[in-house]
Write a protein of this length. Structure first.
Length: 292
C-alpha cells in the first residue's frame, strides 16, 4: 500500500477525514495545551516550575475541570481547522502541480503545507483568541463562558477585535504546517515500504509524530508571541506585530523565553501529529473502499 499510488481523495471526503482526525486529537491532548498556555503567558518562572508542577497546581487550586477550560471554541473550529489542514493541503498540491507544473517533492510538500497553514490561520484566529482568554488564570471570574468572552471582545473592540493575533497566527500555522508536511514526505520516502496494514499505520504514526515535533520546533517562538498578543485584554499593548515582539521577548527575558511551553507543546503535537495522520489515513482508506 503506497500513498503515492492511491487515487486522490475528493476534496469533500478529504475535509471530512481531516475533521474526524482533528477532533480525535484534541480530545486526547487538550490538557497539555492548557499547560502550554500557562507557561507561555508567565514572565520568568514566577509560578510554574515544571509540567508536573503546573498540572498539580491547576488541579489542586482550580480543579481538574480547568484542564478542559476553553475547549469549546477549539472543538467547534477543530473540524474546519483540520479539514483545511489536510483538504487544503491536497487542494494546493493539485493546484501547484496543474498550473505551475511542479512535481511531487519535499519542497512541494513544504509549499503546500505553508499555503494551507495561511488559509487555516484565517479560520482559527478568533477561536484561539477566545480559548487563550479562557485559559489565562488572571481572567478567572471575568468570563462566564466562551460566548461571554466573544461578547466582551465585540463590545470593547468591535468586530475587528476578533481578529487580534491574526498575523502571529499566520506565522504560527504556516511554519508548523510547512515543517509537518515537509517532514512527513521525507520520512515516508526514507522508511522501508510497509508490507502490512499494521506496518502502514506504524509508518504513518512515526512520520506524523516526527513531523509534529519538527513543526513545533520551528513554530514555537511564533506561538509564544501569539499567546502574548491574544492574552492582552486592555491597552496599551506591549506586543503587537510578530517580529518586533520576538525581539522584545528575547531582549527582556532571553532567547530561551521564545521556547516557553515547548515541552508540553511538543508532547502534545508530536504524538498528536501521529494521531492526526493515523486517524486521517484510516478514515481516508475507509472512504476509498466504501464510498468511492
Amino acid at each position: 500500500m503506497s500513498a503515492a499510488k492511491e487515487a486522490p481523495l475528493p476534496v469533500h471526503y478529504s475535509l471530512l477525514a481531516g475533521a474526524i482526525a482533528g477532533v480525535t486529537e484534541i480530545l486526547a491532548m487538550y490538557p497539555l495545551d492548557v499547560v502550554k498556555t500557562r507557561f507561555q503567558i508567565q514572565v520568568g518562572n514566577s509560578e510554574y516550575k515544571s509540567i508536573v508542577d503546573c498540572f498539580q497546581k491547576i488541579i489542586r487550586n482550580e480543579g481538574p475541570a480547568t484542564l478542559y477550560r476553553g475547549i469549546v471554541p477549539p472543538i467547534m473550529v477543530e473540524a474546519p481547522k483540520r479539514a483545511i489542514k489536510f483538504g487544503a493541503n491536497d487542494g494546493y498540491r493539485q493546484l501547484f502541480m496543474h498550473y505551475f507544473g511542479l512535481k511531487e517533492s519535499q519542497g512541494l510538500a513544504v509549499l503546500t503545507g505553508m499555503s494551507a497553514g495561511l488559509t487555516e490561520a484565517v479560520i482559527v484566529t478568533t477561536p484561539e483568541l477566545i480559548k487563550i482568554r479562557m485559559q489565562d488564570k488572571k481572567n478567572k471570574g471575568m468570563y462566564k463562558s466562551s460566548s461571554d468572552v466573544l461578547s466582551h471582545i465585540v463590545k470593547q473592540h468591535g468586530v475587528f477585535g476578533l481578529a487580534r493575533g491574526l498575523e502571529a497566527t499566520m506565522w504560527r500555522h504556516a511554519t508548523w504546517n510547512g515543517g509537518y508536511f515537509g517532514v512527513i514526505t521525507g520520512i515516508r520516502a526514507a522508511l522501508p515500504k510497509a508490507k502490512s496494514k499494521e506496518g502502514v499505520l506504524f509508518n504513518n504514526f512515526v512520520a506524523g509524530a516526527l513531523g509534529g515535533t519538527v513543526g513545533t520546533m520551528i513554530n514555537t517562538p511564533f506561538d509564544v508571541v501569539k499567546t502574548r498578543v491574544q492574552s492582552q485584554v486592555n491597552g496599551p499593548y506591549k506586543y503587537n506585530w510578530t517580529i518586533p515582539a520576538i525581539g522584545t521577548i528575547a531582549r527582556e527575558e532571553g532567547v530561551r523565553a521564545l521556547y516557553k511551553g515547548f515541552v508540553p507543546k511538543v508532547l502534545r503535537l508530536g504524538p498528536g501529529g501521529g494521531i492526526l495522520l493515523v486517524v486521517f489515513e484510516v478514515v481516508s482508506g475507509y472512504m476509498r473502499k466504501h464510498l468511492m
